[in-house]
Ligand binder design. Structure first.
Ligand SMILES: Nc1ncnc2c1ncn2[C@@H]1O[C@H](COP(=O)(O)OP(=O)(O)OP(=O)(O)O)[C@@H](O)[C@H]1O
Length: 567
């Protein structure tokens, strides 16, 4: 039996006409009465009539119901952002903001995007088909060749040598036709038998073909179709398929940059996932290396680099070689080698949108190399609104100095108390300096967050491992030093005080600037995947402005965070 399928048939159906043709045919065809009875019942059934009614209604509508995009929700957010940054928004803009912010409209936009991305197909059980052993069911599929790639890849079946569909790209022409599935065997292309041909031969035929291309396909045994997953990930590396020797089809690859949010459409293949860049209007998915493949690649690359000594400078120094600590304040008690002990292979992180929670602001965490200006930025931010921004007072075991006030400058506690807190794991960071312990209590931090303050902290970068949790949901800003030349110029012009000098009595030395840049390189190498924002602290006023707009963004916009923080 040959079933001819054509996408987009919009002709109206008449069940009455079909029924009378069936009655007429009954007299001439020698067939089982039961079969005729079954068909007649089906054509008379109310369910089928209702379906046909809906079909006819839709097909009579002049407008073609095709989604123009699948990122309406993102566009809504961009408009809200645009309105938010207007100094004096018009009343219409304010009204639009309120409409876009309403959960109902956001739900509608989300539903629209799911439908546009075909993220709605229910899992139906397979319909058992009884096929005559000698008879093969083939399907004829026609696709119109255009500038857009076909959205399918082919390969030669290892066992049978037949040409089969290897992959269907989500949202591509083949996928949209709904008629081609992974595993379908290609028998003919434009009436040319492809039996015994290689995938290369078939590609040549396809390249030479013009207009409509007709495929004769033998459907795969299982018609497992693709269902889009809802997984979003943040990529932690740059990817260019053109430079990837191993990708099955370079044209089908999806290039992306570190920190891009990707919508993973399928993870069926252990090595090659299909994804779209979030917010990309192009509904066609592309191939990207799976987490498993990328982890293997990174580990192999690191082994090579280590063997060639390329990352030797990044490796932990032996204790004997470590320079004596110069940091004035808290010396965090984790050694540099901790970076390596806990090192993970950063490939993708599953993310979800976290909407601002009124009365429960996210803490702002400033990290960066010592001396870069985190405390200066924090001080300026706190001065903007003393009732809104707070910073926890650190604890110390050192005796109170004249003029110091308990709970303002430090919480003065005994060494035993601090040690107990540290071993109970209730400190987000702690360290020892000149024989005295210092630490920041996670209890204080939590109570400030729960009281509705925007907490601003400047912990040691290694504390990120303990802070970046669902409990605190921090927004991490990395304060990056500018180039050596700009560092020297800006700090000298501002008579900046060296934080490496205990008394803050002198400016930074050239060596200290160089140390700052070295520390920055190390922090970026190990922790950059955790930064929500990077601010280069060159001109203090512009760095501060960037920080203020980052802080505003956290309060007003849904932002991507690890998926586990949202569940
Ligand atoms: N962009 C800048 N231009 C000029 N001077 C700056 C700039 N940023 C910071 N400074 C100055 O540099 C000095 C060190 O800054 P700050 O105390 O904020 O460093 P820090 O990152 O908190 O260091 P540490 O982590 O060692 O405490 C201060 O005198 C500060 O005013």
């Amino acid at each position: 039996m040959t079933a001819v399928m054509a996408a987009g048939d919009s002709g109206s159906l008449s069940l009455g006409g079909l029924l009378s043709s069936l009655e007429k045919a009954r007299l001439h065809i020698d067939s089982d009465e039961d079969d005729f009875g079954f068909l007649a019942e089906l054509l008379k059934s109310r369910e089928l009539q209702a379906l046909v009614h809906v079909h006819n209604k839709i097909s009579r509508t002049k407008k073609v119901c095709q989604p123009l995009l699948s990122n309406a929700e993102d566009i809504g957010i961009s408009i809200m952002r645009e309105i938010h940054y207007r100094t004096i928004p018009s009343s219409d803009a304010i009204e639009l903001f309120a409409i876009l912010q309403s959960p109902h409209l956001q739900g509608v936009l989300q539903a629209h995007d799911s439908i546009a991305a075909k993220d709605f197909v229910p899992h139906l059980p397979e319909i058992p088909v009884e096929v005559d052993e000698d008879e093969e069911t083939v399907k004829i599929v026609q696709l119109v060749k255009s500038n857009e790639p076909m959205g399918a890849t082919i390969k030669q079946d290892d066992n049978t040598g037949a040409i089969v569909i290897a992959r269907i790209m989500h949202g591509g022409a083949a996928d949209r036709s709904g008629l081609i599935h992974v595993g379908d065997e290609v028998q003919e292309v434009n009436n040319l038998n492809v039996l015994g041909k290689t995938p290369g031969d078939v590609l040549k035929i396809l390249m030479q073909a013009e207009g409509t291309i007709t495929f004769k396909l033998l459907p795969a045994g299982s018609s497992a179709y693709l269902r889009e997953s809802k997984v979003r990930v943040r990529a932690y590396f740059d990817y260019n398929p053109k430079e990837d020797k191993h990708i099955p089809c370079k044209e089908a690859g999806l290039p992306f940059k570190k920190k891009d949010i990707l919508h993973i459409v399928t993870q069926d293949d252990p090595y090659w996932w299909q994804a779209r860049r979030e917010g990309d209007r192009n509904m066609r998915a592309g191939l990207i290396p799976s987490r498993q493949l990328q982890e293997k690649r990174i580990l192999a690359q690191r082994q090579d680099q280590t063997a060639n000594g390329q990352i030797a400078g990044m490796r932990p120094k032996s204790p004997g070689c470590r320079p004596s600590p110069k940091v004035k304040k808290i010396i965090y008690d984790a050694s540099e080698s901790e970076d390596f002990d806990r090192e993970e292979v950063a490939t993708y992180e599953e993310v979800a949108r976290l909407y601002p929670r009124p009365g429960l602001p996210r803490p702002i965490v400033l990290v960066g190399p010592p001396g870069v200006g985190r405390n200066e930025l924090k001080r300026r931010l706190m001065a903007l609104d003393v009732d809104k921004f707070r910073t926890p007072v650190p604890m110390t075991s050192r005796p109170r100095r004249p003029g110091e006030v308990n709970n303002r400058d430090y919480q003065f506690v005994s060494r035993d108390e601090l040690e107990e807190e540290a071993s109970a794991g209730t400190l987000v960071e702690h360290g020892e300096y000149k024989g005295h312990l210092y630490g920041t209590s996670s209890v204080t931090l939590k109570s400030m967050i729960n009281a509705g303050y925007v907490v601003v902290i400047t912990p040691h970068y290694q504390a990120l491992k303990y802070l970046r949790t669902a409990e605190f949901k921090p927004y991490v800003i990395y304060v990056k030093p500018p180039t050596l030349a700009v560092l020297k110029e800006t700090r000298m012009a501002a008579h900046a005080r060296s934080t490496f000098d205990e008394n803050n009595s002198r400016g930074f030395t050239e060596d200290e600037f160089r140390d700052m840049l070295k520390a920055a390189a190390r922090i970026e190498f190990h922790y950059s995947h955790w930064f929500d924002e990077v601010i280069v602290n060159d001109e203090l006023s512009s760095a501060f402005e960037l920080m203020v707009s980052g802080v505003n963004k956290v309060e007003t916009e849904p932002l991507w965070v690890p998926a586990s923080w949202v569940q």
